[in-house]
Design a protein around this ligand. Sequence first.
Ligand code: AKB
Length: 372
Amino acid sequence: MPHAIGAHHTSPVPTGQQRATAILVTGAGGEMGHGLLCALDARRKHDGGCGTDHGPLTVLIAVDIRELAPEIRAHCDVAYVGDICDHALLERLLAMYEISEIYHLAALLSTRGEFAPETAHHVNVGGTLNLLHLAAEQARSHGRTVKFFFPSSIAVYGLPTLDDKRRVGRVREDEWCEPHTMYGCNKLSGEHLGRYYDQHYRKLAKDRIERPVDFRSIRFPGIISAETLPSGGTSDYGPEMIHAAAASRPYRCFVRGDSRIPFMTMPEAIDATLALMSAPKECLTRSAYNIASFSPSAEDFRQFVQQAFPLASIEFESDPGRQSIVDSWPIDCDDSAARRDWGWVPRHTAESAFREYLLPRIAARYLHSSPI
Ligand code: AKB
């Protein structure tokens, strides 16, 4: 049975019949959850307590399979420890809140998904279907469309060979979508399910409601955070290398030095998420968008890191399985649709990302180490 761990309430949750207007974040304790909760909390404080236009009672609800760390829980009103595949939890949320926005971050990432692909499907697709159904039921009950953010991934792409990857270079949203991982299949499924709930839900039902869900998605590249270390991903070699050097730990990189995929910083990912979610629907020509910021090779990562931490011990030892996943992902993504439709612009080059954000913030996190 899920249990709620009530943090402080930044605004009183009404009693009796009235349900509080709420924003729901699943996977809140994960890599993106920390940054997104902070940003949503800051937005509602800036808006005078309302992260949406439904008045001052918007509460921020977090759901995760594990208890949230105190510094994350401080940014939400209620934190539920539970499983997004648990219908009792979702029914409880339906009964207690009028949810206006959902940020569905909960997922098993690409590496972890390859050890338990059926479990990955159950969580990544079954969980997403549950949340889309919750959004549709919410829309039916409060009569307003529910905005739904779905973090997709470059994992939806599958370049057949390394030669194809090198020849193709930059990919557009509608090409090479034959993923090599269960996670990539799940993210592609999630995109299609979201588009269905947005445009075609219950097409033949007599009591059909028009557009219960306003589905929006971004195909994120590898994301590097100074605050959190990712786990279970195949793009993790980038952040792992930097964090290991800052913590004076030797690092054995599981891909070749010439491996190259797109990356971005966590602040860029959070800003892009909020920018897409606040864009006028009529400006959006797609439900899933590419964005990208910089595409360093693993050797580029090593050089940036060793310039900052000269004593860092970094070796390359390619793991064939994880290498084949990275070799199937594109070198870069064409983000022209995101730039045109909702003003996406990357904040960094690889150099500025390391110099201005990653190295100083990660070094500070480990205190005793400081980049040159
Ligand atoms: C992973 O490595 O699985 C994720 C991703 C690229 O979506 N970080």
